[in-house]
Design a protein around this ligand. Structure first.
Ligand SMILES: Nc1nc2c(ncn2[C@@H]2O[C@H](COP(=O)(O)OP(=O)(O)OP(=O)(O)O)[C@@H](O)[C@H]2O)c(=O)[nH]1
Ligand SMILES: [Mg+2]
Length: 249
């Protein structure tokens, strides 16, 4: 890839009702290594768009609400069109630390990985210390275990929202075919393994606080079941029993 010093690093922020946290999160982004920040507002009902428009970021809005996955599709397309070499997804709700961006992009700039996961389970006790609810910790561990078994991998966490992608990855993996909802994140990770990309983990933290966006029990359960569904689709696809276009080149 382009040398590390010349790399065009773009941060994308899929935003939905993030008015309370957007400005603080954007202002903590280390702009010495980040060239561009893209905020896509998924038709929020609060002032997310207005706030984004007065910050030093590139703003896009959806005329109607699509969902977290649909929002990411717009984010990645725009980042590619703006010439990104590395794309970092940073949630605008302030749960993840922007100061970690240099560490997130490092494995990609070194040429060691095409996808980097900011894992909250790489260091013991981090998830609990950040206030992750106990049921989410347990569900995360169980789900990650099941996915590792399906994929033959050994990740410490497969459900983090803090991720970095190389341009090559986004140009190869057919992410435009993915789901509009939260399961987009599971699909893109399984695609990474299926298409043979190397994935690196970097220890990360997420903090849970009142203004942070956090999915409730029911959507979290639906997300878990859908994730297992995608794993099932991948098994069927690999055995040639039932093809799935998300895993077709
Ligand atoms: N486009 C879009 N984005 C959303 C939607 N819901 C949440 N988001 C954004 O996606 C980010 C992640 O959503 P969260 O609800 O925090 O989910 P999460 O961080 O994966 O899960 P938690 O561990 O519960 O916080 C937030 O920063 C929101 O701004 C939605 O319906 N549409
Ligand atoms: Mg959140």
């Amino acid at each position: 890839m382009t040398s590390a010093a010349d790399a065009n690093v773009i941060v994308i922020m899929p935003a939905y009702n993030a008015a309370a946290t957007l400005e603080r999160t954007v202002s903590a982004i280390p702009r010495d290594i980040v060239n561009d920040v893209i905020v896509v507002d998924d038709n929020s009902s609060d002032s997310t768009l207005k706030i984004a428009q007065r910050l030093n970021v590139h703003t896009i809005w959806h005329p109607h609400n699509v969902g977290y996955g649909g929002n990411q599709r717009t984010c990645y397309l725009e980042a590619l069109q703006r010439g990104a070499d590395v794309v970092v997804m940073l949630h605008p709700d302030g749960q993840y630390e922007p100061s970690l961006i240099p560490r997130m992009v490092e494995p990609i700039l070194r040429g060691d990985a095409d996808l980097v996961l900011g894992s909250r389970f790489a260091a013991p006790g981090q998830a609990r210390a950040g206030g992750m609810p106990l049921y989410k910790i347990v569900a995360n561990r169980v789900l990650t275990g099941a996915e590792n078994w399906i994929l033959g991998t050994s990740f410490s966490e497969m459900h983090t929202g803090y991720r970095a992608y190389s341009k090559k990855f986004l140009m190869t993996v057919p992410f435009l075919r993915n789901n509009n909802g939260f399961v987009f994140d599971s699909e893109i990770l399984m695609q990474a393994i299926h298409f043979g990309f190397s994935v690196a983990e970097v220890p990360a933290r997420s903090i849970y606080f009142d203004d942070a966006s956090s999915i409730g029990f029911k959507p979290a359960l639906a997300y878990g079941l859908r994730t297992l569904g995608v794993g099932g689709r991948l098994i069927l696809h690999r055995r040639g029993i039932f093809r799935c276009n998300r895993f077709e080149p």
